[in-house]
Design a binder for this molecule. Structure first.
Ligand code: AMP
Ligand code: MG
Length: 339
């Protein structure tokens, strides 16, 4: 199969529509990362998305719809706080998990009785979703466990020859996946942190929970996909805490002496300082938003340039940094175990 990368225009949208409505898949940009889209109503299309990505079949998908789509067609129940969240943050990088009406393929939610729905704000995503006219499941357009894609070139790196069409909408500005928030209970609970932060949701809904980062014995994850090693570059990774920079520098010297290409990944000021001292460092940026936007591109750069990536946790906490640290820790996790 030849994979074409096309700018988003009337022709490429018509082609995308034809592919999606005949059960195929199309990669498209959103404000967070690129998605691998398929018709959520079509069992075969949903199945093929799991296959193409190599995604574990207990990791449910998010249904994407265009602005103005009547949500009551696919989900039930709407506490007042959920309506308030939609008014404040949609379209945007927030996915809400509702009780499902069972109208989409049962494969979408992997047997759960809930359905995650997102309305992305990216104009290219909106145009694509309007053109196809059906809810579209769209996990990140990368091979499972690999780094999520924030450009059409990243998608091509993972899926060249495996999908027919990539709609190219330029670089994603958000950079990490949507916040996933459960709205089936009395108050919202964040299952995956992202650019719509816990603080933002709390301010609006009065209260906001967050799923624990680790599970106790016998506990079942509400959001199964959160359990896996994820977002990982194809080089060795070492992650040091914010106060572990002396140890990180030791590791850099040790690796370099052993003939390995080592690269640091750290926040702006530290990266500038290390680079000035001749120790190669990738610069994540100087604030949370910048770090979110750059993280995945730098992880992909690292796997091309380095044998070992030596990451140092930025010191900033809360807000967008909760999502950035969540992704960084998973990218540098050493095994495919619950964490
Ligand atoms: P991705 O498609 O790679 O952005 O991942 C989707 C995320 O949404 C994963 O963390 C899933 O576990 C989560 N998710 C999707 N559907 C549900 C659902 N019905 N309940 C809880 N989490 C969900
Ligand atoms: Mg993903």
């Amino acid at each position: 199969m030849i994979t074409r990368v096309k700018k988003i225009d009337a022709d490429s949208l018509a082609e995308a529509r034809e592919i999606i409505l005949s059960g195929g898949v199309v990669a498209f940009p959103t404000e967070t990362v690129y998605g691998l889209g398929g018709n959520a109503l079509d069992d075969g299309a949903v199945k093929s998305i799991f296959e193409i990505k190599g995604r574990p079949n207990d990791n449910p998908l998010i249904a994407h719809v265009c602005e103005g789509y009547d949500l009551s067609r696919i989900v039930d129940f709407d506490p007042p706080y959920a309506a308030a969240l939609r008014r404040a943050f949609l379209p945007g990088p927030l996915t809400l998990v509702y009780p499902s009406r069972g109208k989409v393929s049962p494969r979408v939610s992997c047997g759960l009785d809930t359905l995650a729905v997102r309305v992305p704000s990216h104009p290219g995503a909106q145009a694509f979703l309007r053109a196809v006219g059906v809810p579209v499941v769209a996990p990140s357009a990368n091979l499972s466990k690999h780094v999520s894609p924030t450009s059409a070139a990243h998608v091509l790196d993972d899926f060249d020859g495996k999908i027919p069409l990539i709609l190219d909408g330029g670089a994603c500005t958000g950079g990490i996946e949507s916040t996933v928030c459960d709205v089936t209970g009395e108050y919202p609970v964040i299952l995956r942190p992202g650019l719509v932060t816990r603080e933002m949701i709390e301010r609006l809904a009065g209260r906001c929970g967050a799923a624990p980062a680790t599970l106790g014995p016998g506990e079942k994850a509400k959001s199964p996909g959160m359990l896996y090693k994820h977002y990982s570059p194809r080089c060795r990774t070492l992650l040091f805490p914010e106060d572990g920079r002396a140890e990180a520098e030791d590791a850099f010297r040790r690796e370099t002496a052993a003939g390995n290409r080592a690269l640091f990944l750290c926040e702006g000021k530290l990266a500038d300082e290390l680079n000035a001292r001749g120790m190669s460092a990738l610069n994540l940026g100087y604030c949370g938003e910048e770090m979110a936007a750059r993280l995945y591109g730098l992880l992909r750069e690292a796997e091309k340039r380095a044998d070992v990536l030596i990451a140092v946790e930025p010191a900033e906490r809360g807000g967008v940094m909760t999502g950035v640290l969540n992704r960084l820790k998973k990218a540098c996790a050493s095994a495919d175990i619950p964490h």
